[in-house]
Design a protein. Structure first.
Length: 272
């Protein structure tokens, strides 16, 4: 019987993982073949979460055997084999201590994500916020694979990308909560207002961060943060219009992707 590889359904998370990796590979300013297994490892770890989730649901939730469980077990076996191979290849370029530390961090984040999904809390703002910075660490493995050493741009790239992803997550939840409140204002109206306020507060924090960077002589690093604020503000402004909630989510998703790519380009430029 032919098995199919299970893939995560979180479309936005793909961007939050791949954009910092690509940025890191570009900022490395040199090429090494290890970047290929590094990319395969990053994608493999991310894809593995779906297989683990299906297997966990079969064990703890589903009463009857589901056909996708067999696909999940096959996928997990293939993913583990690929990760072992990629890990061995990366050891020729990445120090064992660094690779092991990243592995432990990724394993912990994956376990948390699977646990939250089992409790139907995969859309938790806290979980997605943690993932925003966790997925940004893909820049580190890209940089090490390309250069073989820690680079000064790695930490700023993680922070800048993480902050932008955080702004995007809050903006998306503000829209989703507003849509839910439009259907049931009496029950969900207060929650939608609270989410909007949190998004505004987050942008206030970003402004403080940008001001701090500028005053400390890192004005260029402040530019991506300011850009994140402007992009989030534009989404909040759109939601203030009466017809905003009728906009197709697919169009909103494409706009968010365009904003994220633009932010990544600007971040690469200021860290170059």
């Amino acid at each position: 019987m032919t098995r199919k590889l299970l893939l995560p359904r979180e479309h936005g998370a793909w961007g939050m993982m791949l954009q910092p990796f690509v940025a890191g590979a570009i900022l490395a300013r040199e090429w090494h073949w290890s970047v290929i297994p590094a990319l395969a490892a990053v994608m493999g770890v991310f894809v593995m979460r779906e297989s683990l989730l299906v297997i966990a649901r079969q064990k703890y939730i589903w009463r009857e055997l589901k056909p996708e469980t067999a696909d999940a077990k096959w996928s997990l076996m293939m993913e583990c084999a690929a990760l072992v191979l990629c890990g061995l290849l990366l050891l020729t370029r990445v120090p064992l201590a660094v690779l092991a530390s990243l592995g432990v961090a990724v394993a912990a984040l994956t376990a948390i994500a699977v646990y939250m999904a089992l409790r139907n809390r995969q859309r938790s703002v806290a979980l997605q916020s943690l993932s925003a910075f966790g997925l940004s660490v893909s820049a580190v493995i890209a940089g090490y694979a390309a250069t073989g050493a820690w680079q000064r741009w790695m930490l700023p790239l993680i922070v800048l990308h993480g902050l932008h992803s955080l702004s995007g997550i809050f903006a998306v939840h503000t829209r989703l909560d507003a849509m839910a409140a439009a259907r049931n204002p009496e029950k969900l109206g207060a929650a939608a207002i609270a989410m909007r306020r949190k998004t505004v507060v987050l942008q206030g924090i970003n402004i403080v961060v940008a001001a701090g960077l500028a005053l400390s002589g890192n004005a260029l690093l402040a530019l991506p943060v300011v850009l994140s604020v402007l992009m989030a503000a534009s989404e909040l402004w759109r939601l203030s219009r009466p017809d905003a909630l009728k906009e197709p989510l697919k169009r909103v998703g494409w706009r968010s992707l365009a904003m994220a790519v633009t932010h990544t380009v600007v971040t690469i430029a200021v860290l170059w």
